[in-house]
Design a protein around this ligand. Structure first.
Ligand code: NAP
Length: 469
């Protein structure tokens, strides 16, 4: 596993080191010392002490701090976009958009957070009865590398707005981003220790969760990490939110416009070089337009420019880690052996960066790896169907349930299909995406709990009933 070799070596003083690499050149970027058990204990104590102060800060002041966070994000956009691109290889233009999206999120919770957290009066036979949303305390966030800023802010902005304090265990390959995010919180004037980045390995997560002061955990990442963290949370009876993988269906009905839908399909599959949980991964296409659609998709993918992710013109960067790229290639090869047809890509190019070409596998069926597993890279699995009912059946024939999209010229005809899809969101004639105004999360093996909107900010609150007689 490259990650282990890359990110967790012993130095001569036998302190564990996290090593980060330039995703494009594989050159060493930096080395960071992992916190010791004692240092972790001190950090948790400080987070708990900060919670006592932070929860008493008025909502107006927290609102101001969120606005200040948005300002800091925008001010440091250039430097932090570059850092993201260096560490995990996303095209620089997409890194810049990610930072802007984080700022918009902070603005959103600054504006709407007070309303989401206001006590709600409920008529009962009490003199006065209402619901309060009180903070829980110190929340641990275990986060992935694919959207190194967005995933963290998506949790931290609402969690801190609600009065919690946060400890971040970020993915090791984006440790520079983890520290940059902590700096943004400090520069924005957020109370010291209310947000701390913990430089720890995944094996240290259970020890953090075991501490009484840590009240809940949120993990965005793979299924295996989710299962492990959820088991630990269960052992300590702690609240847990899981945002895991997906294999989103992209359903193209026979009346959809082929060219514009294929263009959307290419964008949906290749954004972030294919490394997105809500990327469309399984393309279910009506048999009447199947061949034409696959051709249009191939043509669209061939037009994308791969290359140095620091160049504004680059549309497809390297995969973030070599071990993940190699795993993706194995999935492609196995799917070919199982009978799917490779129509584009499928070969590892030379060079240092972990590039993988845009690839299309057609005639993919359930039981094949490309259908059953998550393909975390720019590989489209395409499957024909004959009726809309069959499309829904295929869409649901996955253990994942994050997002789904349906493409049609007649939006009215799909209204009966929407409730049948087993996913946390369904988009009609739009690429699946996250938006601060709407809840985000999955069902089945894609996890549980919701982020964003009023639902997200209330996940880490004590929803308290008050009854006064
Ligand atoms: P990952 O390997 O699960 O890593 C995610 C985080 O979990 C990292 O901080 C990692 O630390 C940590 N981790 C790994 N194993 C752990 C364990 N056993 N106990 C505690 N922590 C552990 O996932 P990834 O490769 O970074 O991200 C890709 C996956 O995330 C994909 O499946 C993708 O679909 C999913 N994802 C989901 C969403 C969503 O919103 N649903 C969003 C983005 C990504 P180290 O780096 O130190 O190993």
């Amino acid at each position: 596993m490259e990650n282990l070799i890359d990110t967790c070596r012993e130095n001569s003083m036998s302190h564990k080191l996290i090593t980060t690499l330039n995703a494009h050149t594989r050159d060493l970027l930096a080395e960071y010392e992992v916190l010791t058990g004692e240092q972790i204990r001190q950090r948790i104590d400080r987070a708990q002490a900060a919670f006592i102060g932070w929860k008493s800060v008025g909502i107006e002041q927290r609102t101001e701090l969120l606005r200040s966070l948005a300002g800091q994000l925008r001010e440091s956009k250039e430097e932090n976009s570059r850092l993201m691109t260096l560490e995990m290889g996303k095209p620089i233009a997409q890194a810049e958009s990610e930072i802007e999206k984080c700022a918009v999120l902070c603005d959103f919770y600054a504006e709407q957070g007070p309303r989401f957290l206001q006590p709600e009066f409920v008529p009962t036979d009490a003199t006065r009865s209402y619901i309060r949303y009180d903070p829980l305390g110190v929340i641990l966030a275990v986060m992935p590398w694919n959207f190194p800023f967005w995933q963290v802010f998506r949790f931290a902005a609402p969690a801190l707005m609600a009065g919690n304090t946060a400890l971040l265990k970020h993915a090791s390959n984006v440790t520079g981003c983890s520290l940059a995010i902590q700096r943004i919180f400090t520069d924005a004037g957020v109370m010291e220790d209310a947000f701390q980045s913990l430089l720890i390995g995944s094996k240290q997560v259970p020890d953090v969760l075991a501490r009484r002061e840590v009240r809940a955990v949120t993990l965005t990442g793979s299924e295996s990490a989710g299962r492990s963290v959820a088991a630990n949370a269960g052992q300590h009876l702690k609240k847990c939110v899981l945002e895991l993988g997906g294999s989103d269906p992209f359903i193209v009905l026979e009346d959809a416009d082929i060219l514009s839908t294929a263009e959307a399909a290419v964008a949906a599959r290749t954004m972030n070089s294919g490394q997105s949980c809500i990327a469309a991964k399984r393309f279910l296409v009506h048999e009447r337009i199947y061949n034409e659609f696959v051709e249009a998709m191939i043509e669209g993918m061939e037009k994308l420019t791969p290359g140095d992710p620091l160049l504004e013109s680059t549309q497809l960067g390297p995969q973030a880690r070599r071990d993940l790229r190699d795993e993706l290639h194995k999935q492609v090869q196995q799917s070919i052996r199982q009978g799917s047809e490779l129509r584009l890509g499928g070969r590892i190019p030379d060079g240092a960066g972990a590039f993988y070409p845009c690839s299309v596998l057609s005639n993919v069926t359930p039981g094949m790896v490309a259908f059953d597993e998550e393909l975390f890279g720019p590989v489209a699995a395409v499957t024909p169907f004959d009726t809309a009912e069959r499309a829904i059946h295929l869409a649901n024939q996955s253990r994942f349930g994050l997002g789904a999209s349906i493409w049609t010229a007649d939006v009215d005809r799909v209204s009966d299909l929407l409730p049948q899809l087993e996913s946390g969101s369904v988009f009609v004639n739009e690429v699946t995406k996250s938006d601060p105004r709407m809840p985000f999360g999955g069902v089945k093996d894609s996890g549980y709990g919701r982020e964003l909107s009023a639902f997200g900010i209330r996940e880490f609150t004590n929803i308290k009933s008050i009854w006064v007689k």
